[in-house]
Design a binder for this molecule. Structure first.
Ligand SMILES: [Zn+2]
Length: 121
């Protein structure tokens, strides 16, 4: 099981993807070059594209935070333990999602309770 390496590779990949999304967002955001020629539908298309990129950026960032957190746990020596209850996270779950920070029980409780409240840094 080389989960740490998988996490590091995934983090690298996400960082590159994030950099691409960010440069695309900045290009669209400036918008000056289209100038007076842009029709309303062009503007709408650009806005939609921008929104899509921002949403993508947000989800990439969220995943990066989770992966960083999991890598931190490797350093602290408590990787594989649930953040909420401290019990070991199911191995199959880690295999499927190496950045998992909660066991299945706590995760489903968290989802029922509303999001994010347990995940304090
Ligand atoms: Zn738990």
């Amino acid at each position: 099981m080389q989960l740490r390496q998988r996490l590091q590779e995934e983090r690298e990949r996400l960082r590159q993807e994030l950099a691409q999304v960010r440069s695309a967002t900045q290009k669209d955001g400036a918008g000056g070059e289209i100038g007076g020629k842009s029709s309303k539908s062009d503007e709408a298309a650009v806005a939609t594209e921008l929104e899509k990129n921002l949403a993508l950026e947000k989800s990439l960032l969220q995943r990066l935070v989770e992966i960083d957190h999991a890598l931190e746990k490797f350093i602290r020596g408590n990787y594989g333990l649930c953040d909420a209850c401290g019990h070991p996270i199911e191995e199959a779950r880690l295999e499927f999602l190496p950045q998992a920070n909660l066991c299945i029980g706590c995760k489903s409780r968290q989802e029922k309770d509303g999001r994010g409240r347990w995940l304090r840094k």
